[in-house]
Design a protein around this ligand. Structure first.
Ligand code: ATP
Ligand code: MG
Length: 196
């Protein structure tokens, strides 16, 4: 099964971004982009690709440990960016260092469970909002419009392991695109709360 580890923003946060993103849909070329569904929004921590079902128990144990060792931390949706002409994303603010640490630990957990992880480039927290179908859409005005967006912080209290079901030709909506197969609590006793 195709798996990735992620932080899932709460509905309160995705509601704010949905409201802000409505104005993005009015920019030139918006219909030429594939917009991601709000229910699917996430920050990928580590991409595991294909994992055998028999690896799941050890993987879960390792992810549980990675989560438990990491204090809960504040995060918010903030601004945005793009990967060339391919993808538009919302960014994160708050304890991004803690997010990075959690990403590194999820990566290490997968490795220890025997998942052959790619050498990853610098970790760039991003929540994919839209993908270009074939290019040709200038994403810069979208990034600019996201620049004024700053969401309410929440406390990241969980690490999620998500199964990604690639769409099968002709059978749209047969299975959910993403399914959470495991979630583990971060260490709430050492949580740093936002706003304080
Ligand atoms: P689609 O591939 O259908 O456009 P998707 O990219 O959301 O949708 P997946 O390809 O299963 O679905 O990826 C799941 C998550 O993992 C996404 O956040 C994606 O950006 C990320 N991801 C996918 N491949 C990689 C990779 N090689 N390295 C890092 N992250 C990846
Ligand atoms: Mg993909």
């Amino acid at each position: 099964m195709r798996l990735f580890a992620a932080v899932l923003p709460p509905a309160s946060a995705t509601a704010e971004l949905t409201e802000h993103a409505a104005r993005l849909r009015e920019l030139p070329g918006a219909d030429g982009l594939r917009w991601t569904a709000r229910e699917s929004w996430h920050f990928t921590l580590a991409f595991l690709a294909e994992v055998a079902a028999e690896t799941l128990p050890e993987l879960s144990e390792r992810m549980e440990r990675a989560a438990r060792r990491t204090p809960a931390f504040p995060l918010s949706l903030h601004g945005g960016g793009r990967f060339g002409e391919r993808a538009l994303w919302a960014g994160a603010a708050g304890d991004v260092a803690a997010l990075r640490l959690l990403a590194a630990r999820a990566d290490a957990a997968a490795r220890k469970a025997g998942v052959p992880m790619e050498e990853h480039r610098a970790y760039r927290p991003h929540l994919t909002l839209a993908r270009a179908r074939g290019g040709g859409v200038d994403l810069r005005p979208y990034v600019a419009a996201l620049g004024s967006f700053s969401g309410t912080p929440w406390t990241v209290a969980e690490l999620a392991l998500v199964r990604s079901n690639l769409p099968r030709s002709g059978v749209a909506g047969e299975r959910p695109r993403y399914e959470v197969v495991g979630r583990w609590e971060l260490d709430a006793s050492r949580a740093a709360f936002p706003g304080g």
